[in-house]
Design a protein around this ligand. Structure first.
Ligand SMILES: NC(=O)c1ccc[n+]([C@@H]2O[C@H](COP(=O)([O-])OP(=O)(O)OC[C@H]3O[C@@H](n4cnc5c(N)ncnc54)[C@H](OP(=O)(O)O)[C@@H]3O)[C@@H](O)[C@H]2O)c1
Length: 399
């Protein structure tokens, strides 16, 4: 059973034949789409002074590239806020969806930051104000209506978080990477949340964050330190200073053939917890081997495959999308969301505003790469492993 986006491939030859056949239909469909309302694309009722009815959105094409098209603005449900997007953040899941999962016509993108321009009837005015800037994520790339790489996005209000003390571009580094780190530590590893104080039960226990320079890894290091843990991490040597600045206690090169022995030596052979931010066979195999003699608990971000060397290290797959409170279908399988997933997400969406203001969590260094029209370039770089770090785009001025 395979949940990993990276492995959900179409057989190439079968796909090529399908693509040819669909190409002609697509051109006709594109020409019609300006004039004909497609099933599933609803016009948005004018609400609270927001007058836009159509928007630009980044849409998956027959050849799996993405291009800007015009779509109707999303419909705003009673518990939703309508966000006018000002910045978006790029994640590996964006190119993986476009390449392996999305259908032509799906709107791509998960992470957004923007201004509240309309609110559903049930949104509590004490919690959300018209005009304030909030961030969040949706699962883009699986429907013709929902995707963050667009001028507007509608989302349940409590799945968003107020931006304070940081720029929209910085806030665009937060959504999926930060939420993944939160869910990994406090839902899957069941570590005590650091409020009101870090728990003495886990003080100075060791966590291994394999590939800590990933976006997920950088937030996991910050949260692990807040939680009172000691952090061992792996990365390319050029990232060592950055990871030490985030608070990592031990930083080693994942390409060093002696990395497992060194991890054991430098942690006193005491690693009990782990998050593998790459989760390929060579990485979780190595991560498992670095655990202490009595075993422990390792979280993977793709589904672990094949034989694992350490049955005493519980190795578990997680998917951040379940934080949105819905089951997730991926690679032909269903990943269940239980109420606790959404509840933890909602709780932290409120907490994070204060943690950012107090400087207890910091956004990532971002690389601004243009606007919606430039996303394809960024996706290509990321697909080839050449992206400079956290890539974000400006969709609109914040006015
Ligand atoms: N399951 C989920 O819910 C979930 C959620 C978020 C992300 N993910 C997945 O988690 C992975 C990381 O996402 P991200 O956004 O954090 O990534 P990212 O920010 O794009 O990570 C980039 C970094 O990955 C490191 N890297 C690349 N290949 C590596 C390898 N073979 N071994 C070790 N490190 C390697 C490099 O670190 P150095 O510079 O140190 O070489 C690079 O700087 C992706 O596969 C993504 O799809 C899954």
């Amino acid at each position: 059973m395979q949940f990993g986006i990276a492995d959900a491939r179409h057989p190439n030859d079968q796909q090529a034949a399908q693509d040819k056949g669909q190409m002609a239909t697509s051109l006709l469909e594109k020409a019609r789409s300006f004039f004909v309302r497609k099933p599933g694309i609803k016009s948005k009722p004018k609400m609270n002074g927001n007058s836009a009815t159509t928007m630009k959105a980044l849409v998956v094409q027959q050849d799996k590239s993405v291009a800007v098209e015009r779509r109707f603005c999303p419909t705003v449900g009673p518990n939703d806020v309508l966000i006018k997007v000002v910045a978006i953040g790029q994640n590996p899941s964006d190119w993986k969806h476009a390449t392996y999962i999305s259908q032509p016509g799906d709107i791509i993108g998960c992470d957004f930051v923007g201004k509240v321009v309309a609110m559903g009837a049930n949104v509590p005015k004490s919690e959300v104000k018209q005009g304030e800037v909030r961030w969040g994520f949706v699962r883009g790339g699986v429907s013709k209506d929902v995707g963050a790489f667009a001028e507007y996005v509608a989302i349940e209000w409590d799945l968003t978080s107020l931006v304070a003390g940081i720029t929209p571009a910085q806030a665009a580094s937060l959504p999926i990477p930060l939420v993944t780190a939160i869910q990994a530590l406090y839902l899957y590893l069941r570590l005590p949340q650091p409020f009101p104080q870090p728990s003495p039960d886990v003080k100075n226990k060791w966590i291994l964050i394999w590939s800590g320079a990933t976006s997920v890894g950088q937030f996991t290091i910050q949260l692990a330190k807040l939680t009172g843990l000691k952090v061992a991490t792996t990365a390319s040597p050029k990232r060592f200073d950055m990871l030490k600045a985030w608070g990592a206690d031990v930083v080693l090169d994942y390409n060093d053939p002696d990395v497992i022995r060194k991890l054991k030596e430098e942690t006193g052979d005491a690693i009990e917890y782990g998050l593998d931010c790459i989760s390929e066979q060579n990485t979780y195999t190595a991560a498992q081997q670095a655990f202490c003699p009595s075993g422990g608990h390792l979280i993977c971000l793709l589904v672990p495959q094949g034989d694992l060397p350490r049955p005493d290290v519980k190795t578990e797959f997680m998917l951040a999308y379940t934080a949105l409170g819905r089951d997730v279908e991926m690679g032909g399988s269903l990943v269940k969301s239980v109420p606790e997933h959404r509840a933890l997400h909602v709780k932290w969406q409120k907490l994070v505003t204060g943690l950012l203001k107090e400087g207890k969590i910091k956004p990532l260094e971002v690389h601004e790469m243009g606007g919606l029209e430039d996303v394809q370039k960024g996706l290509d770089l990321m697909k080839n492993g050449q992206h400079p770090g956290k890539v974000v785009y400006k969709v609109a001025e914040l006015k």
